[in-house]
Design a protein around this ligand. Structure first.
Ligand code: CS2
Length: 472
């Protein structure tokens, strides 16, 4: 554990969910311990809900990480978070912390939906209520608004350069964040926009990164188990698999922690790492979630334990995804796929299909439709990726709107026909332009594949799939 008194707050982190605590906070603590450079205490900011800030405050920011699975390390206390703020309730403090001279890195794990991307333009959704209010000058509530307003205050205070490090599962996450922050700045009145844009160009960089660690939502049972082991109640405890990876582009505007001393890999090929992770790991994760949900499987390990689903994942990775990506140096395709499937099978993790299946509208484009397009463009049939998309469609059509954990639940349900069969649901959901572009929606071969798989799952279930997979 770190000597708290020696830490200086050098990092602001937006999005204090379980992933950030089990990944970014852990590597940053390890880097401080290994390098002896203690300037990297983290000011953590919760976004929509203040729960984690409320849990961490009485614990002085301390929390435990429990690893589960082969090679698990003993329970540890993580001490790199020096302050936890509710961004919803104290947006002005967030702006102040970003503008503080001691801060030189801003990291973020706000999930796909936190970026407020307009799917039709790929840039900032300035029609979003929060973004609009942030632009009009309210104390900022959206993450991009907080970053842009924090940087604006920083520029006015002449507090020096800063690096914004996105740690979400998005291709080109740094470049994307740069685009969104610049779009926010450009949408301000000209007298504010021009100086801010010029300052951003000269003082702020946005490296791309690839992050990887499976971190389920903490359950009441996890909290009890930690209490039994620790003798203390830790309301902010997190559980994670032993595996942890971070690949970062070395494009920093100012000082940074020596994350490489804690195992992070600095690479000039982050895009390739990210594409491999999204199209192999995350795509298979989503496939298992939706097939698993259709078959009543609660966890990812139960789903991958079903031989048909395991085969479908293997075939999607090998036949559909791998041909669409060029692997970065240091990553061996087959070994990576086998390792991913082994990680999914970890029975101790308890990663639920419901959690991985949440926010599908935000995920399937990046994880699955990229592979679909890559194959269609090359004249190949994206057979297995289409199975995963069809399983998502069925999940949407069979889950009541109020129970569909997705920011587009209302839009998706409004598109659904009253009679829900393969031939009515598939075209209806293909019509959602927030997810499928016109070209993909009009591709006859793709919609036939979707209809075929939807029908197989809907009518023939596991046996139907088994038949297809064994004989197809
Ligand atoms: C998962 C990811 O919930 C999900 O969508 O696919 O959170 C996954 O566990 C991580 O990306 C693993 O690094």
């Amino acid at each position: 554990m770190l000597q708290r008194g020696t830490l200086r707050p050098g990092i602001v982190h937006l999005g204090l969910g379980a992933f950030a605590r089990a990944h970014t906070a852990v590597i940053t603590e390890n880097a401080m311990l290994a390098s002896g450079d203690f300037d990297w205490g983290i000011t953590g900011v919760t976004q929509r809900s203040d729960t984690v800030a409320r849990q961490l405050a009485p614990q002085d920011g301390l929390f435990t990480v429990t690893e589960r699975g082969n090679g698990a390390a003993p329970l540890r206390v993580v001490s790199s978070i020096v302050e936890a703020i509710s961004g919803r309730d104290n947006p002005a403090s967030v702006v102040d912390r970003i503008a503080a001279e001691a801060t030189s890195v801003l990291t973020l794990t706000i999930t796909e939906k936190g970026y407020r991307i307009d799917p039709r333009t790929g840039t900032l959704n300035v029609a979003d209520d929060q973004v609009r209010a942030d632009l009009a000058g309210q104390a900022p509530q959206s993450a991009i608004g907080q970053i842009a307003r924090g940087l604006q205050q920083r520029s006015r205070a002449d507090a020096g350069p800063l690096t914004v490090v996105s740690c979400d599962n998005l291709p080109g996450n740094g470049e994307l964040t740069r685009k969104l922050v610049h779009a926010f700045a450009a949408a301000l009145p000209p007298g504010e926009a021009e100086p801010l844009l010029a300052w951003l160009d000269a003082h702020v960089t946005f490296p791309n990164t690839m992050v990887d660690r499976m971190v389920p939502a903490t359950t009441a049972g996890d909290l009890d188990a930690v209490e039994r082991e620790l003798g203390l109640r830790d309301e902010a405890a997190v559980v994670a698999e032993p595996f942890l990876q971070w690949v970062i582009e070395d494009n920093f505007a100012a000082r940074r922690p020596r994350w490489e001393d804690a195992g992070a890999l600095f690479s000039s090929d982050v895009a390739a790492w990210e594409a491999a992770k999204l199209r192999l790991l995350n795509a298979s994760h989503s496939m298992l979630a939706y097939l698993g949900l259709a078959a009543g499987k609660t966890t990812i390990s139960d789903a991958v334990g079903e031989d048909v689903f395991l085969s479908a994942c293997r075939r999607m990775m090998a036949e559909d995804a791998l041909p669409t990506i060029s692997l970065p140096q240091g990553l061996a395709g087959e070994a990576y796929c086998a390792q991913v499937l082994g990680r999914f099978a970890n029975p101790a993790l308890g990663h639920t299909t419901a959690k991985v299946g949440s926010d599908g509208s935000q995920k399937i484009g990046l994880r699955l439709l990229s592979t679909v397009r890559g194959n269609l463009d090359a004249g190949r049939e994206p057979r297995w990726a289409a199975l995963a998309v069809a399983a998502w469609m069925r999940h949407v059509a069979t889950t009541p709107e109020g129970q569909l954990d997705d920011p587009l639940a209302a839009e998706l349900h409004a598109a659904l026909p009253s009679s829900r069969t393969a031939s009515t649901v598939v075209p209806a959901l293909l019509g959602c332009r927030s997810i499928f572009d016109g070209e993909l929606a009009a591709h006859g071969g793709f919609s036939e594949l979707l209809t075929h798989w939807y029908r197989t799952i809907d009518i023939h279930g596991l046996d139907g799939l088994r038949n297809e997979i064994n004989h197809g």
